[in-house]
Each structure stands twice: as C-alpha cells, then as structure tokens.
Design a protein around this ligand. Structure first.
Ligand code: UDX
Length: 429
C-alpha cells in the first residue's frame, strides 16, 4: 500500500521504518526541511536503538523522505498523523499541529483514503478531525478518519511495533476497518477493533495505569525506608503474582519521558473539564513530582548546603537507551544544586549534547563516569546506563573526595552497597 506518515519525530520515523520493512511504500514527511535533508543524507535526528539500520534497509526502495507534504498526501491510501501534541500550561494537549495537518491532507487528497491518528490525542479528537476533513476535502472523495494509538517505549520502539502484543484500531466505518486490517495483516498479533473514543481512551488508560504502577511502588519504597523493609524483595515477590506482573514495579526517583508526565496530566485535565476528578491519576502525578526531589532530601542529611561542593551527576536522560531528556529527573535536580552554589560534573553516554543545549557551560561535561566522579563530594545516580551500573566501589573510593553516593535507580552493584568505605543511599532499601 502507499502510505504517508506526517511527522518525522520518534513515533513517525519508527512507524515509517517498520511499515517499509513490511513491504509497504512509505513516505515520511515533515515541514522541517533540515530534518528531511538529514534523513535523506542517512542521518537520524533522534537516537533510537536499531532504527538507523532498519531505515537503511528500505531507504530508496520502500522508504522515502520529503518536505513536499501535499505531494505525498494526494494519492496515498493511508496517511498517518504522527505529529506532536505537546502539553499546554494547563495540562491539556495542544492539537494545533494535528488540526493543521488534517486540513492539509484533506485539501491535497485526490483519491479515497484513510487518515489514521497515531499521535496521542484527547478523547473525542477523532470526531473533530473528521469534521475538519469533511470541511476541506473534495466532496467526491471518500476520506475516513481512524485512530491507531502507539504503545512504543523509547529504546525498544522497533520491537514494540513489530512485536506488538496487540494493535488497537478505532474506526467508524468498514472502509477504514478493512483498509487497516489489510495494512496490518502481516503483523502477528490480535487487531482489536472499537469505536474511536474508546481507542483514544485505551492509550491514555494504558499509559496512566503504568505511571500509577510506578508511583505506587515508589510510595511502597518510601514506606519501606521508614519500616526498614526491602522494596526490591517486596516488588519481586509481588511481581510473581500474574495478576500484578513484574514490569513497571522498579522503584526509583520517578518517571520522566515525553509520555507518562504528559498523558497523566492530559487525562486528569480532561476529566476535570467534565467535572470529574481522577483521584488515582492525581495521586500518581503528585507522588512522581515529589519522588524526583528525593535525592536532594537525602543529600541534606550529609551537607547543610551545597555551596562550594563538587557534585557528580551520573545519567542525564529520562531512561537508558535514549538521548531524550524530557521530564528527566536531571532537569529538576541540577538547577537546585546549581542555585545553591555546587560545582556540577555530569556524565551521560548519549544525553550530554541535548543537556548542553539547555545548561550550556554552567556544568562540566565528563566523557567518562570516572572523570565526573573526580574529587566529588557527592554523587547522584539518575539514569541506570550500563556504564554506570558497572562502576565498582574501588572507583568511587579512588575518584571521590567524599564517597557519598545517592543511587536514584537502585542500579549500582550489590558489592558497592556492602562496601563500608562508601556511604550509599538507595530508594526503598
Ligand atoms: C512509555 C510507555 O511505556 C509506552 O508504552 C508509551 O507508548 C510511551 O510512554 P517511555 O516513556 O518511552 O514509554 O519509557 P518507559 O520505559 O515506559 O519509562 C518511562 C519512565 O518510567 C522512565 O523515566 C523510567 O525510568 C520510569 N520507570 C519505568 C520507572 O521508574 N520504573 C519502572 O519500573 C519502569
């Protein structure tokens, strides 16, 4: 099938590469001409494991990039809308780009097609997009609008798409339903059909449940510290119950990323808009915001002020396997330390370039964890990269002025936490 993907961000590129890999003819378009030029030169504007290789395997045969959006839309059978829906100040989703693209597609279309909303959008958006499309399209052309939410995790996005446990399709007519059944016929998983509102809700309900699960285990971890229980042992035993499941039960300093923070606030906002309070989601948000400050509180047990201290920050991204800093704990902790006069030495295997575009030269950038630890009075571990996990007690002792390590991801070796030359604090242990 001839498919166009509007938006060459993380979701758009992964969707384009996977569908091209399945033999579809895919054009990924973006208004950002520089991004398209980068992609046509074989350079990825984002970091995602395996994406570059997957794209290279079909680039020029089944996968194309263009900034001439209308030319790509006009005779496509399916057009995915995969543009950003950033959070507005009040927590609601900004749909400006989605609405704009829907109008452009409708105006450009010169054959029957299905427009598929892949972006995470508030429940009810599909209906509004349908009215935009009907307003601008050629009346002789049939355009259906469907919902196909993505469940991609950064760092495992290709697997999450090609080995998806299910594909959710929201549609209001058989044309959309059969077209998407055909498009996804080579995927080995159940295709779950429902109306559009329900499909839009599945995305939010799934993400918000996962966020709630993380905030729940973080609260249990906080209580474990008080009653001297071990949250890792508790979570392990909980996870053996198939009704609970062992994933998203890892205690730490909270969730970040482009989805959980945005999607929890968006669903909470939507419910409030309808005079309904999502108390569980409100709690998940509040717990998470407090959790990100946990290491600062722990640090104050050792130093009244951070003035003049050298502080090592190991890990900047919101999780390993990505260069994405969005809502990362580092964006909350570093400004507090800087404001109090600390000298900050940061290390991250891939996130430092993005970090430098925000913090410029207010911190020192170290190309190894050891360099970041040099003469440090305190160390914050914020992301569980392998390079950080494998650090030994000897390295901490050798490098640091005062080996006080606050492990926000409970990721350091057991031998470190048992070594009495170090002072290590973890979450819930
Ligand atoms: C998430 C959802 O997993 C995905 O299905 C959705 O489509 C997009 O949002 P992502 O944000 O890329 O994916 O990463 P994820 O692996 O879910 O982690 C999100 C955050 O939660 C990270 O900051 C991670 O450190 C944190 N996390 C995750 C925990 O703190 N504990 C856990 O057990 C799991």
């Amino acid at each position: 099938m001839k498919v166009t993907i509007a938006g060459s961000g993380y979701v758009g590129l992964v969707t384009a590469a996977c569908l091209a890999n399945k033999g579809e003819t895919v054009t990924c378009v973006d208004v950002n001409e520089e991004k398209i030029a980068q992609l046509n030169a074989g350079r990825l504007p984002i970091y995602e494991e395996g994406l570059s290789e997957l794209m290279q395997s079909s680039f020029g045969t089944h996968l194309f990039f263009s900034s001439d959006c209308s030319a790509a839309y006009c005779n496509s059978e399916v057009v995915f809308i995969a543009v950003g829906t950033p959070e507005k100040k009040d927590g609601s989703a900004n749909l400006k780009h989605v609405n704009q693209v829907a109008e452009e597609i409708a105006k450009a279309a010169n054959q029957d097609m299905v427009i598929v909303i892949k972006s995470t959008v508030p429940i009810g958006t599909n209906q509004r997009i349908r009215s935009i499309v009907n307003r601008f399209k050629d009346p002789n052309i049939r355009i259906s609008v469907a919902s196909n939410p993505e469940f991609l995790s950064q760092g495992s996005a290709i697997r999450d798409m090609l080995q998806a446990p299910r594909i959710v399709i929201g549609s209001e007519d058989t044309f959309a339903k059969t077209t998407l059944e055909q498009l996804y016929s080579s995927f080995d998983c159940p295709i779950v059909h429902m109306d559009c509102n329900s499909a839009e809700m599945v995305k939010y309900a799934s993400n918000d449940f996962l966020a709630l699960k993380i905030s729940y285990i973080n609260e249990i971890a906080n209580l474990c510290e008080i009653v001297e229980a071990n949250v890792e042992d508790v979570a392990h035993a909980m996870g053996l119950d198939p009704r609970i499941g062992d994933r998203f039960l890892k205690a730490g300093i909270g969730y970040g990323g482009s989805c959980f923070p945005k999607d929890t606030k968006a669903l909470h906002w939507l419910a409030n808009y309808h005079d309904y309070e999502l108390k569980t989601i409100k709690a998940a948000i509040e717990v998470n915001e407090n959790q990100k400050l946990k290491l600062i509180k722990k640090a104050r047990k050792y130093y009244d002020s951070f003035e003049g201290l050298t502080v090592a920050i190991l890990g900047l991204t919101f999780k390993p396997g990505t260069d994405d800093l969005r809502e990362a704990p580092s964006l909350v902790n570093v400004p507090i330390l800087l404001e109090e006069g600390a000298r900050i030495q940061v290390y991250d295997p891939v996130g430092m370039k993005n970090f430098q575009s925000i913090f410029r030269e207010t911190v020192c950038y170290s190309i190894t964890p050891e360099a970041a630890l040099k003469d440090a009075d305190l160390c914050f571990v914020l992301t569980e990269w392998q390079e950080i996990r494998e650090l030994t007690a000897d390295i901490f002792v050798k490098q640091m002025q005062h080996p006080i390590i606050l492990d926000g991801r409970n990721c350091l070796k057991k031998s470190c936490s048992k070594d009495n030359r170090l002072t290590i604090e973890q979450i819930g242990l």
